[in-house]
Write a protein that binds this ligand. Structure first.
Ligand code: SF4
Ligand code: SF4
Ligand code: SF4
Length: 409
């Protein structure tokens, strides 16, 4: 039931060998598909065996699931966006999806907006302390570890260290902080991320608390998650034991350390800006907005931007056909629409060709709004974002205004 804490592993030797932490997640996904609980599994796997090229894969046969076993820290896939754009909101298909905390939060935000039918989706949450951009990771491994990036067979982040294992069996580790001071390591949004255990999912799975045992620590977070786990245990696909006090304490300690590291990065990245007088802060951002080529990349990548008819397109009457949005309009519209619901996923910044620190802006504003409205996006499907409470009357006034503007052109 919700709140249960387990150490779990797969009963299948092949899955235990190929997967990490006892292969419990792979075992659960395979069981969900084989038992007909879901029609498909959506998980990340290596494209052509390349660990720097993680892609989302939709699997419909239980034997395919093993291909997604193991952790990939160099995959920054846009899970929520892919479900919404390419699976038509997954409204008909029952799916189990592996997702990091920011992915789960984006899925929950989209579910609130009627874009994903959350009842049909089982969120298999994975603990996360960060992902690395593939190009940065390759450079870092060459420069800082003096190793060939293609020789890496696994990587891990633990005890504030980034550890790589090479094909010859050797391991090399470096301190995360030192790597990140040099511009390597995790994406900037990940460095500031304090939500490492995805309790908003149906279950939260990770290696923290397993104390060297080849097992996964699972926290059951919803009745849906509980049902899948109980059935997998009954069927013998998953072996579990209750997590003891030491395991729970170790997990809590690791989480606390990760949060402290993130808070230190947040302070370092944002305090300088927060302490600037208002005009200087505005100038700081205006200088960045001047760089923007209005390629629309950040809008297209943002999982929270979901409107079929965007205010930034001519159809809505605010932007002239054939022209880009004038002046600051592009960024003001994005900020007004997304800031209260930004889940700090970093997708916007990843795609920006002008290297504008977009996540810093959205995260800063989201922190202000979160404390003002006591609202953290993506934590609970029944809790609506504060800036979306528009009345029918207001919507009607807006439609009339758009019509008037079109007539005046
Ligand atoms: S923002 Fe980064 S650290 Fe946080 S959940 Fe997402 S990928 Fe993980
Ligand atoms: S604004 Fe950027 S960081 Fe925030 S949800 Fe959208 S893509 Fe993610
Ligand atoms: S991705 Fe960057 S350059 Fe493109 S519109 Fe967004 S902020 Fe501007």
């Amino acid at each position: 039931m919700k709140g249960d804490l387990y150490l779990a592993w797969s009963s299948d030797e092949k899955i235990r060998e190929k997967g990490e932490s006892g292969g419990a997640v792979t075992a659960l996904l395979k069981f969900a598909l084989a038992s007909g609980i879901v029609d498909a599994v959506l998980a990340v796997k290596k494209r052509n065996g390349n660990r720097y090229d993680g892609v989302l894969s939709l699997m419909t046969h239980p034997d395919q699931v093993i291909e997604s076993a193991g952790t990939l820290h160099f995959a920054t896939v846009n899970v929520a966006k892919e479900i919404k754009e390419y699976l038509n909101g997954a409204n008909d298909m029952k799916m189990a999806v592996t997702c990091k905390p920011c992915d789960c939060r984006a899925i929950i935000e989209l579910a609130k907006r009627g874009q994903i039918n959350i009842e049909n989706v089982i969120l298999v949450g994975l603990n996360c302390t960060g992902t690395l951009l593939p190009a940065v990771a390759r450079r870092m491994i060459r420069d800082e570890y003096e190793a060939d990036p293609d020789d890496v067979v696994s990587e891990d982040m633990d005890n504030a260290k980034f550890v790589i294992k090479l094909a010859d069996g050797t391991t090399k580790e470096r301190e995360l902080n030192k790597l990140e001071e040099k511009g390597y390591g995790r994406r900037e949004n990940c460095r500031r991320c304090t939500i490492n255990i995805p309790r908003m999912a149906d279950m939260a799975c990770g290696a923290w608390g397993t104390r060297g045992k080849n097992a996964t620590f699972i926290e059951v977070c919803s009745p849906k998650g509980s049902k899948l786990i109980e059935k997998a245990i009954e069927a013998g696909a998953l072996i579990v034991e209750p997590a003891d006090r030491e395991a729970v304490e170790e997990r809590a300690k690791k989480d606390k350390e990760a949060i402290e590291l993130a808070e230190a990065w947040e302070k370092k990245d944002l305090d300088v800006l927060r302490l600037l007088p208002y005009n200087d802060r505005l100038k700081y951002w205006l200088r960045y907005f001047d760089r923007c080529i209005k390629c629309f990349g950040c809008r297209d990548a943002c999982p929270i931007c979901y409107c079929q008819e965007c205010y930034l397109e001519p159809e809505r009457g605010f932007v002239k056909g054939g022209e880009t949005p004038p002046g600051m309009m592009y960024h003001l519209v994005r900020l007004a629409h997304v800031a209260d619901s930004c889940v700090n996923c970093g997708q916007c910044e990843d795609v920006c060709p002008m290297e504008i620190p977009l996540t810093k802006l959205y995260y800063m504003l989201n922190c202000e709004l979160s404390s003002l409205f006591d609202y953290i996006p993506g934590m609970d499907v029944s809790n609506y974002p504060p800036l979306t409470t528009v009345t029918d009357e207001e919507l009607h006034i807006e439609e009339v205004n758009v019509l008037r503007r079109k007539q005046l052109r």
